[in-house]
Design a protein around this ligand. Structure first.
Ligand code: AMP
Length: 403
């Protein structure tokens, strides 16, 4: 039997097919530019002789329904998944589960209603996730569907860390609090790190740094998340590709008063025009790194600001945890950019973090251990795999004894 993982974005549909027995990947793909004049599908899979194959299709994909049909056709025509009945279940990524979902759930009408009620908290993500679920449930009716929430891992954060110092009624009436995101990734890499170190996840203090286009830090104590840098929305915390991260909220009052900027314009400013892009005009760390090497001062400044914010969070989370056994780098930047890793951990020996330059500059596709021998805290680079984690959690949910 097989497990299909679906991640529906506003104009894209990512999918990955796993063998349920060992969770080996059978195929993965993405359909992009859904709703645009020309869509693009790409699927990577292993054929019956075990050879890797890549398929590319360009055609109009007007909506998620046709995207899902195209995915099913590509899987069927290439004998990757011939019948829907080969599926033991479908796992759906859902960005916002609010305070209601602490773990994966089997999807029924009531669950869909609750995810819909959470749309105001995640207006960009939850509607696309719901469309993906509704279309998949129509097309695969007799298969169990499981929702895996990005926010779920953070539901263990204690009240003193998730509440803002605002009038308490705003939490009661509007549910304004820290929710945190990237939970599936933080959970996956921290379990992987414990396994690699041959230690029990439930006895470790871990700081997980997910550094991609979006970036967040999580503090994990004895297997439970106790704080994270993203907040009510994924805007808070670290400097990101196009998001500002932390800032003085009074800047917005000032801008409104002095420039007449509207709420929509401020939303665009902070979410799409700030972060690395706001400082140096580019949001891709690879390009910024190349510019910095050529002596571009704005690119160097963007890296400096990114790493300084990160360093402050590392210090803060060591304080929150009372020390750390392991610090993890993951995400596109965390996994690949040794300069960012070195800069953000420079001079933190005092906190027990001593990076080994040579190890930091080496590469592997698996886990890389990059601390000096004398470092109190292990420092690991762990490639993230959110789809694998969703598949794992889907299988766990499907095999619970209550079923
Ligand atoms: P993600 O959102 O996890 O896909 O990460 C995207 C970010 O990772 C972008 O800023 C990329 O420029 C960055 N990235 C990917 N590969 C590298 C690399 N080899 N070196 C530096 N940054 C990279």
């Amino acid at each position: 039997m097989k497990i299909l993982v679906l991640n529906a974005g506003s104009s894209s549909l990512k999918f990955q097919l796993f063998n349920m027995l060992d969770l080996s990947s059978l195929a993965s793909g993405v359909i992009e530019q859904i709703g645009e004049a020309q869509g693009h599908a790409r699927v990577e899979y292993f054929d019956s002789s075990g050879n890797g194959q890549v398929l590319e299709v360009r055609q109009s994909v007007p909506d998620h329904r046709s995207g899902m049909e195209l995915m099913a056709k590509l899987l069927r025509d290439n004998e990757i998944l011939t019948e829907v009945s080969e599926l033991a279940g479908i796992g759906h990524r859902v960005v916002h589960g609010g305070e209601l979902f602490h773990e994966p759930v089997l999807i029924n009408d009531e669950v869909i209603e609750v995810i819909k009620e959470l749309v105001p908290l995640a207006p960009l993500h939850n509607p696309a996730n719901i469309t993906g679920i509704e279309v998949a449930m129509e097309q695969a009716q007799n298969i169990p569907h499981v929702a895996v929430f990005d926010t779920a891992f953070h539901q263990s954060i204690p009240e003193h860390a998730y509440l803002y110092a605002l009038p308490y009624r705003l939490y009661e009436e509007q549910k304004i609090r820290r929710y945190g995101f990237h939970g599936t990734s933080h959970h996956y890499v921290s379990k992987k790190a414990a396994e690699y170190l041959n230690r029990s996840f439930d006895e470790m203090k871990i700081i997980s740094l997910h550094l991609g286009n979006g970036a967040s830090v999580a503090a994990i104590n004895q297997g439970k998340c106790v704080d994270t840098s993203m907040g009510f929305t994924p805007l808070e915390g670290l400097v990101m590709g196009t998001r500002s991260g932390d800032l003085d909220p009074a800047i917005l009052f000032y801008l409104a008063r002095e420039t007449g900027m509207t709420i929509a314009e401020m939303d665009t400013l902070l979410n799409k025009e700030s972060g690395l892009k706001g400082i140096c005009g580019n949001n891709d760390m690879r390009t910024i790194g190349q510019r910095a090497e050529r002596g571009d001062a704005k690119a160097q400044l963007a890296i400096e600001i990114f790493c300084y914010r990160l360093k402050k969070y590392v210090g803060a989370y060591i304080a929150a945890l009372g020390g750390a056994d392991c610090l993890i780098f993951t995400g596109g930047i965390g996994e690949n950019d040794s300069r960012v890793r070195a800069k953000s951990l420079a001079n933190l020996d005092v906190l027990g973090l001593a990076l080994d330059t040579k190890k930091n500059n080496s590469r592997t596709d698996t886990i890389l251990e990059i601390q000096k021998e004398e470092s109190r805290c292990k420092i690991l680079v762990v490639p993230t795999d959110e789809e694998f984690e969703i598949a794992t959690q889907t299988v766990e949910r499907l095999t619970l004894p209550s079923l």
